[in-house]
Design a protein around this ligand. Structure first.
Ligand code: PEP
Length: 253
């Protein structure tokens, strides 16, 4: 049975003290009521918080993730944070290609491919984001957009390396908007993604791939979305900033 994951993307929210408090609250809730069997929990705080948050979480209960990484391994890249640095503070997974990185920081397919490669080279796990904007969905070209994103930044990986990847389908029109994809829209795209992976890597690897849904996911809609056969969990933004709400989403399987 493939792994289910609920991952929280805190984005640029909380200071270190508030972030540590949020992580402690979540730990407490997971001790009182652990995640269902086969469901992994991850949180991606801002870079500044990682070291302190790592001290208050049990890695058996919460996987520490980062929201981004540099596309180079070290050197004269002022302001950047390398994968090796993230690894050194306990990070296990890295969100790569979030739509906010693509849109606001102009991250292109080639840059994202380099980040994926460095993440894997450092034995961490990429959570690779893909998804179309509203105009693309309205034009009916969402499948082409997502296929291109996967082809350009992920499908150069060999089989062994691809096994370290999780994919998050995040329709951009649903992120932070309160407009959630319908469970059927999510299922349709997840099934399409799995079919692309099957064509590239074979049915067995496609079956093992964890595909998360992201975009205005909350405890009030998670049960229905997570019940779809190709939806293996969620990448959660706003709702991850409330420990009790995030914990309810974890319990939604
Ligand atoms: C996200 O940014 O990855 C996300 C899914 O945000 P939200 O849940 O707030 O829509």
């Amino acid at each position: 049975m493939r792994k289910r994951i609920v991952a929280g993307n805190w984005k640029m929210n909380t200071d270190v003290a508030a972030g540590v408090k949020l992580a402690i609250e979540l730990m407490q809730l997971l001790i009182e009521k652990p995640a269902p069997e086969n469901v992994g929990v991850a949180i991606a705080p801002p870079f500044t918080h990682l070291s302190e948050v790592n001290k208050v979480i049990d890695p058996a209960k919460i996987c520490l993730a980062a929201q981004n990484c540099a596309s180079e391994s070290n050197g004269a890249y002022t302001g950047e944070v390398a994968v090796g640095m993230l690894r050194s503070v306990g990070v296990m997974a890295i969100i790569i290609g979030h739509s906010e990185r693509r849109a606001y920081f102009k991250e292109d397919h080639a840059t994202l491919a380099k980040k994926v490669d460095l993440t894997i080279k450092n034995q961490l796990r990429p959570i690779f984001c893909c998804g179309e904007v509203l105009d693309e969905r309205n034009a009916g070209i969402q499948n082409n957009i997502v296929e291109n994103q996967l082809m350009e930044s992920l499908f150069h990986l060999n089989n062994e390396d691809f096994l370290r990847v999780s994919i998050a389908y995040e329709p951009v029109w649903a992120i932070g908007t309160g407009v959630v994809a319908t469970p059927d829209q999510a299922q349709e795209m997840h099934k399409f993604i799995r079919s692309l992976v099957a064509a590239r890597y074979g049915a067995e690897i496609a079956e093992q791939l964890t595909i998360l849904y992201g975009g205005s996911c909350k405890s009030s809609n998670a049960v229905e979305i997570f019940s779809k056969p190709d939806v293996d969990g969620g990448l959660i933004g706003g709702a991850a900033l409330d420990a009790a709400e995030f914990h309810r989403i974890v319990q939604s399987f």
